[in-house]
Design a protein around this ligand. Sequence first.
Ligand code: PMP
Length: 422
Amino acid sequence: MNIKENIEAIRADFPILKREMSGLPLVYLDSCATALKPQCVIDEVVRYYTYLGANAQRGDYEMAAQVDYALDAARKTSAEFINAKKTEEIVFTSGTTEGLNLLALMITNQFLKQGDAILTCETEHASSVLPWQQAGLAKDIPVNFIEVDQEGRITPENVEKAFVQYPNTKVVVFAQVSNVLGFNAPIKEIAKIAHDHGAYLVVDGAQAVAHHAIDVQDMDCDFFCFSSHKLCGPSGIGVMYGKFELLDQLRPIFFGGESNARFARSCDSLVLKKTPTKFESGTLPIEGALGMATAMRYLMNIGLNNIHEYEWELKQYFLKRAQEELQDKIKIYNPNAQGGIVTFNVYDKGQLIFPQDMASYLSNKGIAVRSGQHCAKLMGEFLGVPGTVRASIYFYNTIEDIDRLVDAIKDATVEKCLDIFF
Ligand code: PMP
């Protein structure tokens, strides 16, 4: 679909875009935090509650069978969305963070031994660092960090070097797309390096899935986690993908009514259900799974490559105006990251406008952006600033949205930003 030609129709799909913020038409530039929901996703959630209603994978009546059918279809759509080889490679979780935590616990406890090590990088989101640090405590398994290049990119050369420095690395964990700088990591090359050294590759796909066509088979990653809410689906649901032979070897962390096929009084009588159901121990957010699949179909219909190109075009427009009109006012940290994430700070006569103050000022102008450390606390050390402002552009944004942002930045002063609070 040509997004530019259809932008009005696309925007009409998102009822929230009709609302105002601070008395002005809303400019939503925080889609990396969570994406807005089209009417079809909202309708699908409502359809579950108004028409389907029953629990999944339990009932023997027609309405329950309809829920089972819809949930199976959602799993199939999720597999298609990331080009998984088998539907059974899709485990429903509550989101990226839960998937990454489950993997850290299961892999550390079941696949690793004392002396092994984890490799990540200094610009990662907390959920690619903390779960492994905590899971590794009991076995004394350290998390090591590779350096990124000057711009903040993960390079295959640095990953290769890290295997020389930390030869006991058994797991590599990276975000495909950084939520702060937006660079797209060369996952396929990194997977090859990791596998050549006998390590698993776990990918945090939270920021990638909504902006790139994902092919887990081509990338050859071992695990890939993402959240529905970043791709226009409901919150509280996501996917933990794993290669079937690996998922099948792993024993779940949670147990319950849905994960067991049989159990008796003795502990060793437990027979688990097959992969992936053995990981889904209780009632799933069924409406979430159905809504997520609707969101995936919606995005596939627009075309992930079209989405990526459109965002990059709008970002380039922002960069052009910034270069022409905001030279002394703005420092942009990621001009070369192709996509919709613009990370910057604003200055007033050489003085930094504190990013949170800038975000509040923009809010007063009807513009929603994120500010602070963006859950990637080590990134601040890398950038050498206490925080940044992040505008994240998505396919429902317009040139006019970018104009409103540039005009607001142009007009911002330290005084005006502080005036909001007094
Ligand atoms: N990783 C990255 C790169 C993210 O941007 C996010 C969301 N900010 C997460 C992980 C965590 O996602 P969630 O909160 O949906 O679990």
